[in-house]
Design a protein. Structure first.
Length: 374
């Protein structure tokens, strides 16, 4: 098949999933065309069967806002015509699904659109009265719509009152990259080595991640068990969180590592991942941690309970229940046999539900099904 993929090319989970999917599809012999404003960061070097087509918005002085959405639609149509694409698979509804609908109108009905909903495109932007109707339009005009968890599929129906069937296809992880790495000596690369237990949080430091809760959980755990905290990622809450760490006198125990590329290695340094999010349609970072042998302590928001099995591969508490999350962390850190059981259960769960091979097969079947309708 000839497949166009559009995603956000940055460090976010939707872009990671889209890029990894594209690479696996290319490995299986499909021709994959990434169409975006930048090269997806996970794409790396040369890959057979993968092409990248940049989108540039015109900066003409009349425009207060460069028309990226139109440039994207136009580029999608050009690539579709030039390379005779069978379908566009767009990740994240805004503006990608809407741009794809426009491209399809320019090219013709034979070009199919598969839209994958990732989370905040529905749970945050779907609540925006300005965007709500156009997101609904993108969903209803797509030939197939998938969501990364049952929770997100249900929320989409609730928020938009759509009858469009939404197929749940879970995110996946490449187990050739995400596995418990031997990190002997690697700790120095990120922070002074220590015999303390290591807690880890990775996110875009947006309010939905509740990073203040991460610090509160850590402060409680640290009182009972010698621990340190690694924080990976950057965003609007990074500076307030630094201030909070200072005001609690925890600077020596908390390392801010900023954005990092080799996340599998950092996961492998950790004992627990903290993910107390307000919203989390899936929680790719919890899946990556699980694949690296790291249980998650987090909230039961959105689709997180579909990834982390409470009491089996991690512990999930109500959003904001910092005491419960801290107690669960202390329990796992102080009971080695239980901890090992959680690690093993997590790795088994990854194999059973979230392997790249299985999930790429589901997308391939979906593509075939939609192309048969031509
Ligand atoms: O976590 C974010 O805010 C980034 C966002 C994105 O679009 O990359 O993540 C969403 O998609 C990920 C991949 O499907 C999911 O793992 C995240 O749970 C989801 N984030 C939210 O729902 C807040």
């Amino acid at each position: 098949m000839k497949i166009g993929i559009t995603c956000y090319p940055t460090h976010g989970g939707s872009g990671v999933v889209a890029t990894e999917l594209g690479k696996l599809l290319a490995d299986r012999g499909h021709q994959v065309h990434f169409i975006s404003y930048d090269m997806p960061f996970r794409l790396g070097g040369f890959h057979q069967n993968i092409y990248y087509h940049p989108v540039e918005a015109n900066q003409y002085s009349l425009f207060k806002y460069p028309p990226y959405d139109l440039a994207l639609a136009s580029r999608m149509a050009q690539v579709a015509q030039t390379y005779k694409l069978d379908l566009l698979h767009v990740h994240y509804a805004v503006p990608h699904a809407i741009a794809a609908v426009l491209a399809k109108q320019m090219v013709g009905d034979h070009l199919k659109i598969v839209t994958t909903l990732h989370g905040t495109d529905i749970t945050v932007l779907g609540e925006d009265p300005v965007l709500k109707d156009v997101i609904k339009f993108g969903i209803t005009q797509s030939d197939r719509v998938t969501a990364v968890s049952d929770s997100l599929a249900e929320q989409t129906v609730d928020i938009f009152q759509v009858e469009t069937p939404i197929e749940r296809i879970y995110n996946f992880v490449d187990q050739r990259v995400y596995y418990p790495r031997d990190v002997t000596g690697a700790c120095e690369k990120y922070t002074p080595c220590s015999h303390e237990k290591t807690l880890l949080h990775i996110s875009n430091f947006r309010p939905v991640k509740r990073t203040e809760d991460v610090i509160r959980i850590f402060a409680q755990v640290h009182e009972k068990v010698p621990t340190r905290l690694l924080l990976v990622g950057e965003g609007p809450d990074s500076i307030p969180i630094r201030k909070m760490v200072q005001s609690l006198g925890l600077e020596k125990k908390v390392s801010f590592l900023g954005k990092q590329d080799d996340v599998a290695q950092i996961h492998s340094l950790a004992d627990l991942l903290l993910l107390p999010s307000e919203k989390e349609s899936f929680g790719l970072v919890a899946l990556e941690a699980m694949a690296c042998g790291v249980p998650t302590i987090g909230s039961n928001a959105g689709g997180l309970p579909e990834v982390v099995e409470h009491g089996v591969t991690g512990f999930l508490s109500h959003i904001g229940d910092v005491d419960s999350m801290a107690n669960h962390a202390i329990k796992l850190l102080t009971q080695p046999a239980l901890y090992d059981q959680f690690v093993q259960a997590g790795m088994d769960r990854v194999q059973k539900l979230f392997s790249g091979e299985a999930v790429v097969g589901l997308y391939e079947s979906l593509y075939r099904e939609v192309l048969e309708e031509r």
